[in-house]
Design a protein around this ligand. Structure first.
Ligand code: SF4
Length: 459
């Protein structure tokens, strides 16, 4: 078999090779493959330039660069005398883009010191903490997970406790804080001072906000210190805003103008802070996807990300993940609006969970144990500390309160580590947990480390 036509092999299976007719054949090919003994003798190929940085052209050959969207391809034009040597590596013809943001995965590989500490059974500080600064909100989004976490009007972390905690995070070596939790952060007046203090401590900060109460007189403090600010906006029109966020339609215009001003201030002062929009995908906002993607481009934000809606273990938000398949072409259309400066991205890994088997679609995980909580902790907007958001108010897993004492001591104490151990030993992640929780990607990574396949040295 050497003519590349599909043929039956000696086992009766159809096989097809792709050997160029003029490629030199090896005289002693070694053992039989499932196709035949016909093997290209690579040592007979003309030696050529294998420097990856340059493009080697064969004699008389012309090259042409072809630009398609953001990518550049290389075409070798036919010559009077076609190249006689096939399969010759003559330099790269394609460049991949590096990922600007990692919306749909984890970054644990950049924190291997903590992974090693975990491997060695040592105590270590969280890499990241997500936390509410309040436990209530000024809007009422119809997909809000905080509702199942018992929102409490007026409840927030007091200023002194918050600032003491930030200093403790600095001493502990916590690397980042997300003011992302069970309440709107801008309702806590200490937000701005806490952000500045975190910056002084060398801690990265970020915030997810509905934006309506953003104090434009103090946004410099946020822009100068935060790595990113994300607006929770799941609509691109006033009518959609009213429907999904259950707020007044005129608030949509207010918010849009605030975002526009924030982008202008950032650009004027060269702040590094990334500004983005996030939509939580539910059927009620399907008709808003394209409008918001266009709005983001018009506002000049850095990104628009579209995420799945996390539902609780009781599916209280009533998400039918199978339904996401019906919106995929719209999401792709939205993504096509991406440019060098503006990323539009759907979190496909989670959105396509509906294409998994019945088991995974219904919330079963690809790991059996939760080990991620010591790396990624979550704190409620009333100051109560739990290993994760879906377990807020489950007193068995209560770790302590920021108002009651030192966070530094707590993280170094026995109770904190006993709760993490209890999570890992007693929680059935397939049944007890929210679907697609925050620690999901991290858990999968840690599970793979703890459950290696055979022959790990054969990388
Ligand atoms: S897997 Fe379960 S216990 Fe672990 S963080 Fe997620 S919801 Fe919490």
């Amino acid at each position: 078999m050497s003519n590349n036509q599909p043929q039956k092999n000696r086992f009766g299976n159809t096989v097809q090779t792709d050997l160029p007719d003029d490629a030199p054949r090896a005289r002693q090919p070694g053992h039989k493959l499932r196709t035949s003994n016909d093997i290209v003798d690579r040592s007979e190929l003309e030696s050529g330039n294998t420097q990856s940085a340059s493009v080697h052209t064969l004699q008389g050959q012309q090259i042409q660069l072809v630009h398609i969207e953001e990518q550049v391809g290389l075409v070798r034009l036919e010559t009077a005398q076609p190249a006689s040597v096939p399969n010759q590596f003559t330099g790269p013809s394609y460049r991949n883009h590096s990922e600007r943001f990692r919306f749909d995965g984890h970054k644990m590989l950049h924190h291997l010191d903590r992974v090693m500490a975990w491997q060695n059974g040592e105590r270590f500080s969280p890499v990241h903490i997500d936390m509410g600064l309040t436990k209530f909100c000024n809007t009422a989004c119809i997909y809000c997970y905080a509702v199942v976490q018992n929102m409490t009007k007026g409840s927030m972390i007091e200023r002194d406790a918050l600032l003491r905690y930030i200093e403790d995070c600095g001493r502990l070596g916590v690397r980042s804080l997300g003011f992302i939790g069970d309440g709107e952060p801008t309702l806590n007046p200490a937000l701005y001072d806490a952000t500045v203090l975190a910056g002084q401590q060398g801690i990265d900060t970020s915030m997810a906000t509905n934006g309506l109460l953003l104090d434009m007189d103090r946004v410099h403090e946020l822009l100068a210190n935060m790595s990113w600010i994300r607006f929770n906006l799941s609509a691109g029109t006033p009518e959609g805003f009213q429907r999904v966020h259950q707020s007044k339609a005129k608030n949509f215009d207010l918010l849009v103008e605030k975002i526009r001003s924030l982008v202008a201030i950032k650009k004027e002062h060269n702040y590094d802070c990334t500004i983005g929009l996030q939509m939580v995908l539910i059927p009620e906002c399907y008709d808003q996807v394209l409008a918001e993607a266009e709005l983001g481009a018009e506002l000049g934000v850095d990104y628009f990300v579209i995420k799945h809606c996390s539902d609780s273990e009781y599916k209280e938000i009533g998400i039918d993940y199978k339904d996401y398949a019906s919106i995929e072409d719209v999401l792709k259309q939205a993504e096509s609006l991406s440019t060098e400066e503006y990323v539009v991205q759907a979190k496909w890994n989670k959105i396509r969970a509906s294409e998994e088997t019945e088991l995974y679609r219904n919330g079963y995980r690809k790991y059996d144990v939760c080990m991620g909580t010591p790396f990624l902790l979550q704190i409620s907007g009333n100051g109560k500390i739990y290993p994760c958001g879906p377990f807020f108010n489950k007193e068995r897993f209560y770790m302590g309160d920021l108002h009651d004492g030192s966070f530094f001591d707590l993280v170094n104490g026995d109770h904190y580590w006993n709760v993490h151990r209890d999570i890992a030993e007693s929680v059935d992640v397939h049944k007890d947990c929210a679907i697609g929780c925050r620690q999901d990607y991290v858990n999968k990574f840690l599970w793979d480390i703890r459950n290696p396949p055979e022959h790990i040295n054969f990388i």
